[in-house]
Design a protein around this ligand. Structure first.
Ligand SMILES: *Cc1c(COP(=O)(O)O)cnc(C)c1O
Length: 381
């Protein structure tokens, strides 16, 4: 018989998943109950409230999609875009490129506004595109670009969209929990995240929140949403709270145990407090930045735009990218991320997300990097 799988112990310092707290794993290991069980439905209502706290929103339509974050990106776009529509997509890394691909698959026209990788989205270029395309229906952008570690000015982008009468769609998969995300203050219409980055919950669920304005756009469609699973009109039949006992209708079987884990992860975030979580990520980043200076390793992103939770570092000349990452993993049990696209082989991505963003983890990584690279740690302590 095949032996049971035994996961090795790792310190997860890549672009996600991040380390998961034992409490979250223990919550998920509880007995499975029916997804229409009243006890489960009561827990789901708490998950929705906890997500509203994390997103800083009062949006009634706030729930976790039963899928990785990529599906939430797809869901946001397929629900509002119809064939013949135009969407402006601001791209400064891998994930904006995916948005553009999905827009095309909706039969919509994509106006792509490109910014150099490693830089925040160029606001002037976006303003020009909005002016040049009064027919556009939506502006899509990535708040926290995980492929580069750059943070864009989400508040301004959302305002530019609203001022021009466009819907805004924001990817904050890597942002949520790690840096301020204020959906209502910023006026974002469609926002999604993932569980495996700064929320420190295993991958596979995608927090999602939608404004009234966006719901109206979905309801005003002339054509059916082309994806059955993603069709918000159908999904909401299940996720809408019954309130005074209104029945939930079956859409798909909710991933019961995964949702126990999300409930616990979000409860831990609420207990710590958003501000404290943001401060913890910032402190871990400062500690890492100091240590990297001692190791003579340089950041890809300019200081004002660095995401504390995703640190892109240039691979030094003469150092083998893959060999270094492999040594960190096999000799020190630490995973860091490789570069994507034009950054492949040139950049390491060090994640300080969620539970990973702690002093002891940063110290352990700096010590391991020093050993693997054979460089001193003069300024790191
Ligand atoms: C990780 C990530 C995604 C995709 O998340 P999955 O859970 O892997 O589907 C999308 N956007 C950004 C910015 C990400 O960092």
């Amino acid at each position: 018989m095949t032996e049971a799988f035994k996961a090795p112990t790792r310190l997860l310092m890549g672009p996600g998943p991040s380390n998961v707290a034992p409490e979250v794993l223990a919550a998920s290991a509880q007995t499975t109950i029916g997804h229409l069980d009243p006890a489960f439905q009561a827990m789901m209502e708490e998950v929705k409230d906890l997500l509203r706290y994390a997103f800083q929103t009062k949006n009634s339509v706030t729930f976790p999609i039963s899928a990785p974050a990529s599906l939430a990106m797809e869901s946001g776009l397929v629900n509002v875009l119809e064939p013949g529509d135009t969407a402006i997509i601001a791209q400064n890394g891998v994930f904006g490129g995916r948005m553009a691909d999905i827009v095309g698959r909706c039969g919509a026209t994509c106006v792509l506004v490109e910014t150099e990788w490693g830089k925040p989205i160029d606001l002037d270029k976006v303003a020009e595109a909005i002016k040049a395309h009064p027919e556009a229906k939506l502006l899509g952008f990535v708040h926290a670009e995980t492929s580069t570690g750059a943070e864009s000015d989400a508040a301004t982008l959302a305002k530019m969209a609203a001022d021009a009468g466009l819907l805004s769609l924001m990817d904050t998969v890597t942002g949520l929990g790690g840096v301020p995300v204020r959906v209502d203050d910023w006026g974002v219409d469609i926002t999604y995240s993932g569980t495996q980055k700064c929320l420190s919950v295993p991958p596979g669920l995608a927090p999602f929140t939608v404004s009234e304005r966006a719901i109206e756009a979905v309801e005003a469609r002339k054509t059916k949403v082309q994806s059955w699973f993603n069709d918000l009109n159908l999904v909401l039949g299940y996720w809408k709270s019954g309130g005074g006992g209104g029945a939930r209708s079956y859409h798909h079987t909710a991933p019961v145990n995964a949702l126990y884990g999300l409930h616990e992860g979000l409860r831990r975030l609420q207990d710590e407090g958003l501000e404290a979580s943001w401060a913890r990520h910032a402190a871990a980043h400062e500690q890492l930045a100091k240590g990297l200076q001692g190791l003579e390793l340089g950041f890809v992103v300019d200081a004002p735009y660095r995401l504390p939770q995703l640190n892109s570092i240039w691979v030094p000349d003469g150092i083998d990218d893959a060999e270094t990452r492999s040594k960190l993993l096999t000799e020190h049990g630490i995973e860091i991320g490789a570069g994507l696209g034009p950054f492949a082989g040139k950049v390491w991505r060090i994640g300080l997300m969620g539970e990973t963003a702690r002093e002891e983890n940063v110290s352990r990584l700096l010590g391991a990097l020093s050993k693997v690279l054979g460089r001193g740690l003069q300024a790191a302590e």
